[in-house]
Design a protein around this ligand. Structure first.
Ligand code: TRP
Ligand code: ZN
Length: 474
């Protein structure tokens, strides 16, 4: 039993290109000796993130003077800590022009490099941060924030501007997976450094603005602007920061209890969006309750969707999924809710492992279908059909593979194979244990395999490993 597994773990450990190393951090947030695992440089995004930098909290203040335009003012304070001696702090940043940078309240020299892919977009804060030390770095900036075109993913990431039309006022929102958040604020833009967020948005009266987290304050200013503050106390990866600004209707729904925890529910719809688009969101509470039965307690205190009009994929922004009008279907709603556990609460250690997010979120679609008493065979057949043109081992080796059919459909089929082998009770225990033990911990497939072996035994780990590594569909 053991030899297969040892071999499997070895294969996975050595799979990233040789320039990538897994760095165990010396100190965790709690001060205990531990290991925050990460794979930096990331094999697929080698410029993102700074090894040894741990951002614990982002205090983000954004002013959106004219929704629908890219104009922005930002004031961001990062609470950072070093896991090892750093000569300087190198934040990812390609946003509006930097006006000022301070370090614990004092001005500090900085350099902003901008480039195309090989020259990274970095805000280099020129002060050393010794291992175990904290600092507060505050950056103010102003100007137009453009999304970052990603030619490989065929999408524009980051701050989105939806210009006003004769029938619809302007809007803005974030769409950042994998690396769009640094088009908005300076950050350690890699999923292996999850952090908590406080987001304050200032905008013209008559507009509604929402962000990831629970609403703390809401106030009107004498100059006709309005400010709201949201706080997210569970760490999430930077790409999961969600913001929506526009002329929105607010739909408050009855709160639900998941594993004894109260979750408030609110959805936001552009006023132009018809009832047929809004209808499926009424199932949100039931979906949350059903999925928490399988996955364990919902990781946040609030949830909802912000519907947006451009034709983009849906995105699981933390506590506030970003849902295009075209994706306003029950299955997509289920998928994004599942990501709140898988991807947001349990973050990736490397962009090569997106299947860990997409596989679980896709499998949630089956769990929901089944809970509705509906036939799951069409879903399973659909996943197999999607892989008919070809598949690959689950680890992505190119950026295009991050969101391909294998990441979604093969990832889901792997979990189904595991469940079929071990039975529902053991599978549920396995899922609960995974979300409980990996929350806030950057996770790699070998962590999942390790847990599979511990909770379900070597045969189950063997099966999962076959699904992860075998070139053809098992
Ligand atoms: N994570 C998203 C989902 O499946 C999908 C997604 C995010 C995506 N960013 C992307 C798909 C970029 C294609 C390109 O819910
Ligand atoms: Zn997904």
């Amino acid at each position: 039993m053991l030899p297969t597994l040892t071999l499997a773990a070895l294969t996975l450990t050595t799979s990233p290109p040789s320039h990538a190393q897994t760095h165990p951090a010396a100190v965790t947030a709690g001060g205990a000796v531990g290991a925050r695992a990460y794979v930096l440089p990331d094999p697929l995004y080698p410029t993102l993130g700074q090894p040894g930098l741990d951002v614990q909290h982002y205090d983000v203040r954004l002013t959106v003077p004219a929704p629908g335009t890219p104009d922005l003012r930002s004031d961001t304070t990062l609470s950072v800590r070093a896991d090892r001696d750093l000569n300087d702090v190198r934040l990812d940043y390609s946003g509006p022009r930097v006006l000022n940078v301070t370090w614990n309240g004092q001005p500090v020299p900085y350099r902003h490099t901008t480039g195309q892919d090989i020259t990274p977009d970095k805000l280099i804060v020129q002060r050393a941060l010794p291992a175990g030390r904290d600092a507060r770095i505050r950056v103010t900036a102003a100007g137009p924030a453009g999304g970052v075109p990603d030619p490989t993913l065929n999408i524009t990431l980051g701050w989105q501007s939806v210009p006003a039309t004769p029938t619809q006022p302007g809007a803005n929102f974030t769409f950042s997976e994998p690396d769009g958040t640094h088009s908005l604020i300076p950050c350690n833009d890699h999923p292996s450094d999850p952090a908590t967020f406080t987001t304050t948005l200032t905008f013209p009266r008559g507009v509604t603005a929402v962000a990831s987290g629970s609403r703390l304050t809401d106030r009107a200013h004498l100059n006709g602007t309005h400010s709201v503050t949201f706080t997210l106390t569970t760490p999430v990866p930077t790409y999961a920061l969600g913001i929506g600004v526009g002329t929105l209707d607010t739909a408050a729904r009855p709160a639900v209890e998941t594993a004894g925890q109260r979750v408030t529910l609110t959805d936001y719809f552009p006023t132009s969006v018809p009832d047929t688009i809004r209808a499926p969101y009424a199932r949100t509470g039931d979906i949350l309750t059903t999925l928490s039965g399988w996955f364990g307690p919902y990781p946040f205190g609030t949830y909802g969707s912000v519907v947006v009009t451009p034709d983009l994929p849906a995105l699981e922004t933390a506590t506030l999924s970003t849902m295009p009008v075209r994706s306003s279907r029950e299955r997509v709603i289920v998928h994004e809710i599942a990501h709140q556990w898988f991807g947001n609460a349990v973050p990736l250690a490397s962009w090569t492992d997106t299947w860990l997010n997409e596989g679980f979120a896709t499998y949630a679609e089956l769990l929901w279908t089944q809970a509705q008493g509906q036939d799951t065979a069409p879903l399973l057949r659909g996943w197999r059909d999607r892989l008919r043109p070809g598949t690959r081992p689950l680890t992505a080796t190119t950026r295009t593979q991050m969101f391909d059919a294998t990441a979604y459909a093969r990832g889901a089929l792997a979990l189904h194979a595991l469940r079929t082998q071990v039975g529902d009770d053991a599978f549920r225990t396995f899922l609960h244990t995974y979300t409980r033990t990996r929350a806030g911990q950057p996770t790699r497939p070998q962590d999942l395999l390790h847990l599979t072996r511990t909770v379900l035994g070597p045969q189950a780990a063997d099966l999962l490993n076959t699904w992860i590594t075998q070139p053809d569909l098992p």
